[in-house]
Design a protein around this ligand. Structure first.
Ligand code: F6R
Length: 629
């Protein structure tokens, strides 16, 4: 939700902000805006709609440099309070026109603060929660100096004022602020929303994620919960909201700018679908020993901690939740531990039974999803141990967890998750096998056999991607379909849910995923002549009878006129008499099948959306990282 970039250095702040916003637009694209401080002036520009609208506005300005200055910031918005209009676009300014603020998150007590400001004579122009911050800063800067308890803290007045304002705010926020009279500094703050620092040579950056400044520096610093950062050309000073200095972790970003570019593809999503063999191989790399054991190096829980577990909970949202559903089948089968999977947004509102021997696995690509973060906090309050599975180094969820297993999928820019889903499934399989290994429920040679088969999966993913032309053709043929159903059984059921989610979010079509056996209990009433039904068929070599059962389910829908599109493994001829179309995937171990059966569904949704003329990287109403509850 909302992308933020702040800059102080020697380059044009307008250019840096625009470049950063191009990389951050996937976070929200309802409106965008820029503020630049230079030559004693604060200039702002903002426009509703995609970034292209703001670029057009700037291009129409007859001045050679419409926003001169080397200190500034940019914002791309996913609207919460106030519609996506020019007036509600960030930055927001105070009554004096000296202070500009951009914000990601929701300020929950803004109505109260707004009333107080209006009673004090402030005029607020927008419907946003953000604007109150600009006016509160105006009040603070006009008032007494900072009564910081720590006299050793040497702070810029703007940072001190922001600290005082933050102490009054409730909710989630990343804030970045510039001031007309202080071109030497850009100030930021965060609570429950992401903010990272980029440390360049003679320049500093503040951003929602590293992709915004990766073209300029790969040296980054985390900003922790309830901290304020003062960025200057020669470095940064970080304090907590009380003004006490804090030392944060610095890290080197191990991917470069080209990883965040389209690399010749018309859409990031197409690139990311094709990157899946590498994403999977990178996630597995170093975690499978030559002796056939699982090695989880970066987690901070001991083998004994994993032995002490008597129950597993998985919390996640959307696509990550589907990865969690797959994990349940593997974890329960391999470890015999009970495993529950819960949508993170529901978890803490229903009193889940947790204690110190519960392992909670929080899955999140961004590491910033607020629903998942809140579930993590709730689990830790109940003394459960939390293992994060995450794709974003330095993000909040890993920091708030006891341990982390990173998926090394590289940056994912397309709003719909593809390669990181595969990384999440692989990471879950690793955790399941590791639990079985350390608890001794699988023999060493059994683990080794799985390891050997996991190592072959990137190649099978590559082979699957190479044979998806038939599903592309089919997607183009079905461009006018009104709805599509997805059926699956066993691990094919979460794959069906994922296929339906992809189609909804990309092609804006009604799509539902069901366990195929559940169909006869109601959803079969939806079947009408010509309705496309995609069926993810388990291997005939898998669970006894399961394959026969799904073949019967295919017959049931076909008998009622559905057009059956069957995803089946090579050599499965039993499905052919009942399938209008068969899409073949290579043979795999039953529990690893989602790593290949998901691919045709991703490609189906992507191609159908493209055939409808839609932007698959930035579907309507969505944002990549959901930092509001
Ligand atoms: C769907 C999609 C979303 C995310 C969900 C969780 O394609 O991308 O459903 O999976 O918002 O996001 P993360 O994994 O960042 O917590």
């Amino acid at each position: 939700m909302c992308g933020i970039i702040g800059y102080v250095g020697d380059q044009s702040a307008l250019d840096i902000s625009l470049q950063g916003l191009r990389r951050l637009e996937y976070r929200g694209y309802d409106s965008s805006g820029i503020a630049v401080v230079g030559a004693g002036e604060l200039r702002t520009a903002r426009r509703a709609g995609k970034l292209a609208n703001l670029e057009k506005l700037l291009a129409e300005n007859p001045e050679p440099d419409p926003m001169p200055g080397t200190t500034g910031m940019g914002h791309t918005r996913w609207a919460t309070h106030g519609g996506p209009t020019d007036v509600n676009a960030h930055p927001h300014i105070d009554c004096t026109g000296a202070i500009a603020v951009i914000h990601n998150g929701i300020i929950e007590n803004f109505a109260l603060l707004r009333a107080e400001l209006e009673a004090g004579g402030h005029e607020l122009a927008s419907e946003t929660d953000t604007e109150v911050v600009a006016h509160l800063l105006e009040v603070e800067l006009a008032g007494d100096p900072d009564p910081d308890p720590d006299p050793a803290a040497v702070s810029h007045p703007l940072a001190a004022a922001l600290r005082r304002v933050c102490r009054r705010l409730a909710g989630a926020f990343t804030l970045v602020v510039v001031h007309r009279d202080f071109p030497e500094v850009v100030v930021g703050a965060r609570r429950n929303s992401p903010l990272v620092v980029g440390l360049g040579e003679g320049e500093s950056f503040l951003a929602s994620d590293v992709s915004a400044f990766i073209a300029h520096t790969r040296e980054a610093m985390e900003i922790g919960q309830d901290q304020v950062v003062e960025a200057r050309r020669d470095g940064v000073i970080v304090t907590d909201f009380e003004g006490r200095p804090v030392q944060n972790r610095r890290y080197h970003v191990d991917w470069d700018a080209s990883a965040a570019e389209k690399g010749g593809y018309p859409y990031f999503m197409l690139k990311e679908i094709n990157e899946q063999p590498t994403a999977l191989a990178d996630t597995l790399r170093g975690r499978l020993s030559p002796q056939g054991a699982i090695v989880l190096d970066e987690e901070r829980l001991s083998a004994q901690d994993f032995r002490d577990v008597d129950k597993v909970f998985i919390v996640a949202c959307g696509t990550a939740y589907h990865a969690g559903l797959i994990a349940k089948y593997a974890i329960e089968h391999w470890t015999r531990l009970p495993c529950e999977v819960e949508m993170a947004s529901e978890f803490r509102y229903r009193d889940p039974v947790l204690d110190r021997s519960t392992l909670v696995i929080a899955i999140s690509q961004s590491g910033e999803t607020l629903d998942t973060l809140m579930a993590v906090k709730h689990a830790r309050e109940q003394k459960a141990r939390v293992l994060a599975i995450c794709n974003t180094n330095g993000s909040t969820i890993p920091r708030e967890s006891d341990a982390v297993l990173y998926t090394h999928c590289g940056p994912e820019v397309g709003v719909a998750s593809t390669k990181t889903f595969l990384g999440q499934v692989a990471a879950c399989l690793l955790v399941g096998l590791y639990l079985a290994q350390v608890r001794g429920v699988l023999y060493g040679d059994e683990v080794a056999a799985y390891v050997e088969r996991l190592q072959r999966m990137p190649e099978l993913v590559e082979r699957t991607l190479g044979r998806l032309e038939p599903i592309r053709e089919l997607a183009r043929e079905l461009v006018d379909a009104k709805a599509v159903l997805f059926l699956g059984r066993h691990v094919g059921y979460p794959v069906a849910l994922e296929g339906a989610l992809k189609l909804k979010e990309l092609a804006y079509m009604h799509a539902e995923g069901f366990p195929a056996g559940e169909l006869k209990h109601g959803p079969i009433a939806l079947i009408e002549p010509g309705l496309p039904v995609l069926v993810v068929v388990p291997s005939p070599r898998g669970r006894a009878n399961l394959h026969d059962k799904i073949v019967s389910n295919i017959q049931e829908v076909r008998a009622r006129g559905a057009r059956t599109i069957v995803i089946a493994e090579d050599g499965d001829v039993a499905v052919e008499p009942y399938a209008d179309h068969v899409i073949r995937v290579p043979e795999t171990t039953s529990l690893f099948a989602p790593l290949v059966t998901t691919l045709p569904l991703q490609v189906f949704a992507c191609e159908l959306a493209l055939a409808r003329g839609l932007d698959v990287d930035q579907p309507r109403n969505l944002a990549k990282s959901v930092t509001v509850e």
